[in-house]
Ligand binder design. Structure first.
Ligand code: C2E
Ligand code: CA
Ligand code: CA
Length: 566
């Protein structure tokens, strides 16, 4: 018999004893709301509300485990979280999780009688697998909501509350401002110095702010590399700010220039009672007004920005209803084959028909939809509209061309939406090759690998993919090496520079040549002039999409155009 197959009982007992010891020592390092012993087989729980002692003799009463958790969910768990809590604490689920990992953790959101919310962590681990005994602890983790464990500063939520408390205090008579800071090219630090280096750099930022004359009253890391601080307006010295925003990060004998951009939002007396969350949102939006961070890395929030921010928030509110009210329309922009001069395909572009006739272009509402998480719903609508259009014409034996649809980066994170699209496209009655999707290189490269599986699934059934806006992002070449895109769309920026310099022309020529070398076709986007079209033809470009041939057309006009080509 193989020695390792049957552990002898003495070592088994030793390992249990060791495990018990580990559990006890772990329990003693912290303060818990309660420690409980659960007998999974008997469905009972013994709760110890006092501090854990080294000798637990579970002298407390025995309760029914299921009754206990239902009563907990009725009295303390916030309604939105009840279902989750019941699911997570279910004995069967517990057992399954514990069989896999020996321990199982989940958090739940509590509501106290006085209306305060808490975040509590349940931690279960096997005490005795044979007997089905499990130790469970409950810990208050609410502070994590307010304190950023990485920097020790406030989180977004903590910052907002702490800043509002100061602003609402009538005894604080200074004039305040919020500085909203975003680090540029922070990703490079992670690439160059590793995640550890990135973390160190993030901890360094609040330290620099504290050492400066700004003397911030509150600092928060709102997310990733976005910081905010509340300061006395008097302490802002624009020269010093310039220095603060250009940093040289040094480690392991290497150094990297790091640039920050900043919005200074001065808080007027009337605004002192406004939401700090909104102020941060507005300041963040205002960063877009910084044209060149090397020349002037900060912007002072003004009326024009305020108006834009209000418009955006209004748009966000209206957009919610717009989806329900069918106010979105799909336009089609034909793509022409340069050799035959015929329509080869089309791109579906969404429009928002806001209050009768007024067409809003996607540049104005797509960023808002991406921010409020509804972009996938809209993309799915576009996909279904296009599918219906093609299927209907196909059934009526009218001419059709392949149509490509834009996929937002956010779609990749929405598993349900991706599954719905996959189901739709695999059930289409038109040839599979007529469904195509465009993915920008920025989207492709920022989406984590496991979230891209949906692309491969679709590619396997014959859906084609276009690499959109090629050349406008950072990682063009690694993207085309990584994934087998069928078509590259040359970014409009290159096309519109044709004829302005030998260099500009050279770049266009070499991208087209490169694409052909790896067996990929090229669509040039945004061609408007005869000169551009001629040059693209000379370069051997395959297709053109641009105002030179046609603008995006409403469905009925596009249908007429297709009918004429038959
Ligand atoms: P894109 O995917 O790069 O789309 C091409 C844009 O270039 C379209 O703008 C099109 O109207 C415009 N265009 C085409 N030819 C010319 C030209 O010759 N000159 C000029 N100046 N412009 C030209 P549009 O329709 O405003 O769309 C803007 C962006 O919005 C799109 O850029 C795309 O990123 C996004 N978008 C549009 N529809 C959708 C959608 O259904 N879903 C998602 N996620 N994004 C969409
Ligand atoms: Ca596109
Ligand atoms: Ca494009």
């Amino acid at each position: 018999m193989n020695d390792g197959e049957w552990a002898d009982s003495s070592t088994q007992n030793e390992s249990i004893a060791l495990k018990h010891e580990q559990i006890v020592s772990r329990l003693l390092t912290k303060v818990y709301d309660y420690v409980a012993l659960i007998d999974l087989h008997k469905n009972s729980i013994y709760v110890d509300f006092d501090q854990v002692s080294n000798t637990w003799d579970w002298t407390n009463e025995e309760h029914n485990y299921d009754e206990a958790r239902f009563s907990l969910s009725d009295h303390f768990i916030i309604p939105e979280d009840c279902e989750n809590f019941i699911k997570n604490s279910d004995r069967e689920n517990l057992m399954r999780q514990l069989e896999e990992q020996d321990e199982y953790i989940f958090t739940s959101h509590f509501l106290y009688g006085d209306g305060t919310k808490r975040v509590k962590m349940f931690h279960y681990y096997y005490y005795d697998r044979e007997q089905g005994l499990v130790v469970a602890t409950l810990e208050d983790k609410t502070s994590l909501l307010y304190k950023d464990p990485l920097t020790g500063e406030f989180t977004r939520r903590g910052f907002i509350e702490a800043a509002e408390e100061i602003l609402k205090d009538p005894l604080q008579t200074e004039e305040f401002a919020i500085l909203y800071i975003n680090l540029k090219g922070f990703k490079a630090i992670n690439d160059l110095f590793g995640a550890e280096g990135g973390d160190r750099a993030l901890r360094w930022i609040p330290r620099l702010l504290r050492q400066s004359n700004l003397q911030p009253l509150v600092i928060g890391r709102l997310n990733a590399d976005h910081f905010a601080c509340l300061v006395d307006q008097q302490n802002i010295d624009e020269e010093e700010l310039m220095d603060l925003l250009h940093l040289t990060y040094e480690a392991n004998n290497r150094s990297l220039d790091l640039y920050g951009v900043c919005c200074i939002l001065k808080i007027s007396d009337e605004d002192r009672n406004s939401s700090v969350g909104n102020m941060c949102g507005a300041a963040r939006m205002a960063l877009d007004y910084i044209e060149d961070e090397y020349v002037k890395p900060y912007v002072v929030f003004d009326e024009k920005m305020r108006t834009q921010y209000i418009e955006r928030t209004e748009t966000a509110a209206e957009l919610g209803a717009a989806l329900e009210n069918n106010e979105f329309k799909v336009y089609y922009q034909p793509v022409y084959d340069l050799k035959t001069g015929k329509i080869a395909s089309a791109e579906a572009l969404v429009r928002w028909q806001r209050n009768e006739g007024n067409m809003v272009s996607p540049g104005q509402f797509i960023p808002v939809l991406e921010e409020n998480g509804r972009i996938s719903q809209m993309d799915l609508f576009v996909e279904r509209t296009v599918k219906e259009f093609l299927e209907q014409r196909f059934a009526e034996k009218l001419p059709i061309v392949p149509v490509s649809m834009n996929m937002s980066q956010m779609d990749f994170y929405d598993k349900d939406m991706m599954a719905a699209v996959l189901l739709d496209v695999s059930n289409t009655t038109v040839p599979m090759d007529f469904t195509r999707f465009e993915v920008t290189e920025t989207a492709y490269s920022t989406v984590a690998e496991n979230n891209r599986n949906a692309l491969l699934d679709m590619k396997r059934i014959g859906v084609k993919f276009y690499l959109d806006d090629f050349g406008s992002g950072y990682s063009s070449f690694s993207t085309i090496r990584d994934f087998d895109f069928d078509v590259i769309k040359l970014d409009m920026g290159f096309v519109q520079k044709i004829g302005t310099s030998i260099k500009a022309d050279g770049v266009v020529w070499s991208i087209i040549t490169m694409a052909h070398t790896i067996g990929t076709k090229v669509v040039a986007e945004g061609a408007e002039t005869q000169e551009q079209v001629d040059f693209l033809k000379d370069c051997g470009c395959d297709y053109i999409q641009g105002y030179y041939y046609s603008k995006p057309l409403p469905e009925h006009e596009f249908a007429e155009l297709l009918n004429k080509t038959a």
